[in-house]
Design a protein around this ligand. Structure first.
Ligand code: HEC
Ligand code: HEC
Length: 405
C-alpha cells in the first residue's frame, strides 16, 4: 500500500468512524430509562396536549399533583386534560411505587413485634388504590386512555403521537427492534415499558430522608421524632401493623422500608362530599371491589395501604383527599380509641362523618390501640415529617410544629 492509498484508507476509516459516532450520538435517548423520562414529561400523549404523567405526578412534589383550586388549596383529585373533568381519587405518589409487589391474594406473616394479628390473609400489592394494575407497566398504560385523565381515544392514536417525534421513533427502533411500529399494541406496550423503567430508577426511591440518614448514622433524630418513632412502631398505636413491611432490626431490609405492608383495609374514611359536589359522582367508591381480581363483596371499601414516605409533603390525604392536614389523619386514627378528646374533625369543627362503606371497617385493628396524648400525636407528625426525602425537605410547611427538639 503506497502512502496515498494508506492515507485514503485511513481517511475512509475515519469517515466510517465519524459516521458511527454521529449515528450513536444521533439517538437522543440512550436507554429505556431516558426514553421513559421524556415520555413521562410529554404532554403530547394527552388529547389536547396539556398534560403529562408529570402533571399529576410532579417530580418537584414527590410525584404527586400539587395543582391548586381557585381558593389556592391543593385539589383532592386531579383535573383532566380537558380542563373540566375531575377525578374522584387522590393521585398517590409514584415515588417508591417501584417497591410494590404484583397484585395477588396471599398470606403474609406480619414481621412487627406485636403478638396479635400476626397473619394477614387477603389481597396484596398491585398499583392504584385498588391494586387493579398488576405492575408498573400495566399501570402506565392506563392514564393516556382514561377519559378523565389524558383522554386519548385508543392505542393507535397514542402511537401516532409517538411517531410525530423522530427522536422517539429512532429510540423505539433502537431499543425494541426495527419492526416495533408494525403493531400499535406492541409499540404501546414498549412505551409502557420505558415509562416503567424510568419509574424504577433511583430518582424515585432515594432512601435519603432523615429517618434513613439516622439509620446510617448520618443524622440524629430529635426527641419529638424519636417519640413519634416509638409510638409508630409500638403495639400501643398499631400503625406498624399496616404500615410496616420488614421487621425492625432486619439488617438487609430495614433500610428499604416502604412504610406500607401492601395489605388492603377499610379504615372507615368518610366520603369527600365537597369533592363529590364538584365532580358529580354519586355512587360509592368500592375500592378493592373495583379490581377485577377481587374476591367478593367483603372487599368493598378496602384500599391499598399507601406508603408514608414523603407523606408530609403530599397532602391532602386518603384515597379521596378528604383530610387536608397530616395532623388530622392522626386525630382521625385516635378518635377510634379516644372518642371524647377527638370527638371533632379539626378541619370541619363537626363530629367525624361516618365511613363511606361501614360494614367492612377494620375495627379489630383500629379499636385496639391506646388513646394518644397530644405530645404523642405531635411526635407522630414529627416522625412522619422525618420520612421526607432530602430533596423535598424544603417543602415541609411551617405548620406550627417545631420538630427540632
Ligand atoms: C390526571 C392526573 C393523572 C395523570 C395524567 C396520571 N396519573 Fe397516575 N394516578 C393518578 C390517580 C388519580 C391515581 C390513582 C387512581 C386510582 O387509584 O384509581 C394514579 C395512580 C398512579 C400510580 C399508582 C401508585 C400506587 O402506589 O398505586 C402510578 C405509578 C402512576 N399513577 C403513574 C402514572 C404514569 C406513569 C402516568 C402517565 C402515563 C400517570 N400516572 C398519569 C392521576 C394521574
Ligand atoms: C388497619 C390498617 C391501618 C392501620 C392500623 C393504620 N393505617 Fe394508616 N392507612 C391505612 C390505609 C388502608 C390507608 C388509606 C385509607 C384510605 O384512603 O381509604 C391509610 C392512610 C394513612 C395516611 C394517609 C396517607 C396518604 O398518602 O393519604 C396516613 C398519614 C396514615 N395512614 C398514617 C397512619 C398512622 C400514623 C397510623 C397509626 C396511628 C396508621 N396509619 C394506622 C391502613 C392503616
Amino acid at each position: 500500500m503506497n502512502t496515498s492509498s494508506r492515507t485514503l484508507a485511513a481517511c475512509a476509516a475515519l469517515v466510517a468512524c465519524l459516521a458511527l459516532v454521529a449515528c450513536a450520538g444521533d439517538s437522543v435517548f440512550e436507554s429505556e430509562e431516558e426514553l421513559g423520562e421524556a415520555l413521562f414529561h410529554d404532554p403530547n400523549l394527552s388529547l389536547n396536549r396539556t398534560m403529562a404523567c408529570a402533571t399529576c405526578h410532579d417530580p418537584e412534589r414527590a410525584f404527586t399533583d400539587g395543582r391548586l383550586d381557585d381558593q389556592g388549596r391543593v385539589r383532592p383529585a386531579s383535573l383532566g386534560d380537558d380542563g373540566v373533568s375531575l377525578g374522584d381519587r387522590n393521585a398517590p405518589t409514584a415515588a417508591y411505587a417501584q417497591l410494590t409487589p404484583e397484585f395477588a391474594y396471599g398470606a403474609r406473616a406480619r414481621h412487627n413485634k406485636q403478638n396479635q394479628h400476626k397473619l394477614y390473609e387477603g389481597a396484596l400489592g398491585g398499583l392504584f388504590w385498588d391494586g387493579r394494575a398488576l405492575e408498573l407497566e400495566a399501570q402506565a398504560g392506563g392514564p393516556p386512555l382514561n377519559l378523565l385523565e389524558m383522554g386519548m381515544p385508543d392505542e393507535a392514536a397514542v402511537v401516532a403521537r409517538l411517531l410525530e417525534n423522530e427522536d422517539y421513533e429512532r429510540a423505539f427502533v433502537d431499543l425494541y427492534g426495527a419492526d416495533i411500529f408494525d403493531r400499535d399494541d406492541e409499540a404501546y406496550a414498549a412505551m409502557t415499558r420505558s415509562i416503567a423503567a424510568y419509574e424504577r430508577t433511583e430518582l424515585f426511591a432515594p432512601f435519603d430522608s432523615r429517618y434513613d440518614r439516622s439509620l446510617r448514622g448520618d443524622a440524629v433524630l430529635s426527641f419529638k421524632e424519636l417519640t413519634g418513632k416509638a409510638v409508630f412502631f409500638s403495639q400501643f398505636a398499631n400503625c406498624a401493623i399496616c404500615h410496616q413491611l420488614y421487621s425492625e432490626g432486619d439488617p438487609v431490609n430495614e433500610t428499604r422500608e416502604p412504610f406500607t405492608s401492601y395489605e388492603f383495609h377499610n379504615i372507615g374514611v368518610p366520603a369527600n362530599e365537597e369533592l363529590r359536589a364538584q365532580n358529580g359522582v354519586t355512587e360509592l367508591d368500592d375500592g378493592l371491589l373495583d379490581n377485577a381480581g377481587a374476591r367478593g363483596p367483603g372487599e368493598r371499601g378496602k384500599f391499598k395501604v399507601p406508603t408514608l414516605r414523603n407523606v408530609a409533603v403530599t397532602g391532602p390525604y386518603m384515597h379521596n383527599g378528604v383530610f387536608r392536614e397530616l395532623r388530622t389523619t392522626l386525630e382521625y386514627y385516635d378518635h377510634f380509641n379516644n372518642p371524647e378528646l377527638r370527638a371533632l374533625n379539626p378541619e370541619t369543627g363537626a363530629p367525624w362523618a361516618p365511613p363511606e362503606v361501614a360494614d367492612t371497617v377494620a375495627d379489630e385493628l383500629l379499636r385496639v390501640s391506646d388513646p394518644l396524648a397530644d405530645h404523642e400525636i405531635e411526635g407522630l407528625v414529627c416522625f412522619l415529617r422525618a420520612l421526607t426525602d432530602q430533596r423535598y425537605e424544603h417543602l415541609l410547611a411551617d405548620d406550627g410544629v417545631d420538630c427540632s427538639d
